[in-house]
Design a binder for this molecule. Sequence first.
Ligand code: 6R9
Length: 650
Amino acid sequence: MSEALANLLNETRQFPPPAELAAHANVTAEAYAEADADRLGFWERQAGRLAWSKQWDEVLDWSNPPFAKWFVGGQLNVAYNCLDRHVEAGRGDKVAIHWEGEPGDTRTVTYADLHKLTCQAANALTELGVTAGDRVAIYLPMIPEAAVAMLACARIGATHSVVFGGFSADALTNRIQDATAKVVITADGGYRRGKPSALKPTVDEAVANCPSVEHVLVVRRTGEDVAWSAKDHWWHETVESAPVEHTAQPFDAEHPLFILYTSGTTARPKGILHTTGGYLTQTSYTTHAVFDLKPETDVYWCTADIGWVTGHSYIVYGPLSNGATQVMYEGTPDTPHKGRFWEIVDKYKVTILYTAPTLIRTMMKWGEDIPAGYDLSSLRLLGSVGEPINPEAWIWYRQHVGGGELPIVDTWWQTETGAIMISPLPGVTAAKPGSAMTPLPGIVADVVDDQGRSVPNGGGGYLVLREPWPSMLRTIWGDDNRFIETYWSRFEGMYFAGDGAKKDDDGHIWLLGRVDDVMLVSGHNISTTEVESALVSHPSVAEAAVVGATDPTTGQAIVAFAIPRGSTDISGEAGEQLITDLRNHVAKTLGPIAKPRQIMLVPELPKTRSGKIMRRLLRDVAEHRSLGDVTTLQDSSVMELISSGMQGGK
Ligand code: 6R9
């Protein structure tokens, strides 16, 4: 960015927390003051929410930045914290996971069940030669065994690397090779969109090129035929017959817990490394604080896939360390019908729902009649993660899912940050639709200009983190230099998140999309998020993506792709008229500088499996290039739809 990010969108609505929630909130406004007064003391108290085998000697060792050590000298076992201590406290019969398979089969897994399975898996892995420090790749559908596999690794100190079930053999191969994994845990397949979707053939292809892999553990989920080799072992034969006794050994607070690869928009995937004590402290605390989780009464549901960091921190480690009861769902939101999510909320009486803007915008596209057909009155808190949530999508979520009154926590964080960093506190913050609001207690974030100077309220620039935090990544696996270069070299002494952001007049933070996506139009830096939000604020638009395409007169010009809402007529002249209206609507909302040169009405947008729009591919379309790498695309047929729609639209 050559100059500050323009500050175009003016959203002034604000929603205070419900009085009832505020009166009984787990965390109150005092937490900010406490953390401001003594940040390390604050985190030390949060670490005290966990069970440690050995107390730490020092909260933070920052003598060799950017390599942090938290809770130095402390020891704990993550699986013990997520399972054993709840069982020992007499809560073994409490439901940990209400699991719902896509075909409608269900499982009820208590803490005692989860503990038993995890102990068996820990014994089975040990039997296969896995010891502390070894890496284990996990390539599973959304079944309880995914959580068990992760917890079993944590229990024996093996470092897990979960790879999305949707990734190709190449992507899986690269990740196994980069981490030199010794064992792969997979399944015959899972259910997606109403049919079995095989996983084992992909693993077979990958393992053929991965000499480090000694064993493959295979869960039987679909029952489809699979090829079998000498390295393969059935989970139900190996794990389910293993001894149920296993004593968890404590590990050092800085022991590597997991590697998770970020695909990013370009370049080689980065193996983000997280460790034990600080990671569990912050995921556990933020689950308690941001979701106001009451383990005795809440039914929590995070709709993320376990292969995304959100699944790691807010399905496995955060909720289980707090002893939560949660829902886990295997499949897609429209199988067998578009009301599936709401049916699940209704069935399990979900109280806390954590999902992604992409899902909310998809629901907007399908129309509000669908959630209206279910009883959603059990819900008391809504969350959002993954992308900036457009103000209109926020309002829709509150209105049509939250009955017009529930608080929404818009949570900003990254694979690299490990846990939530910027978010409202549901019992404290008067939230503004589209803003992640303020850094959580104990977190020091800022927005800076090109020179690293803090911008005043009303200004835009780059989001940075000024102080280390407990769940921060420790390095990029095997590449300390890349860790330093990527995150710590742009600004002296600060973590560079790669996101554009602004501070509004009250100092609240608004995320504006990845810095790489910012558009430079006639010398003005314009954020993709703001133009997309302007488009989504039009009643006929459910979802939009904008990109900057090379333009001979303006340098870059704004090209927009918009998905119309449910019943909108876009045939022939009506479509042309809508495009004209939309261009004018953006110009009126944000100013003439933001008026798109071109708008395409499309049925779908290209997204990653975690629901992020892949603007890079849209830029290829807008600039008439052949498409780049599409391996991380959720649904590869989308690009054909868009390209053909584009020809029609010209
Ligand atoms: C948790 C997760 C990280 C990137 C991040 C930012 C975007 C996530 C957001 C958000 C605006 C939010 N992002 N949450 N942008 N508001 N509430 O998504 O991790 O997959 O590593 O992505 O996602 O651009 O830098 P990850």
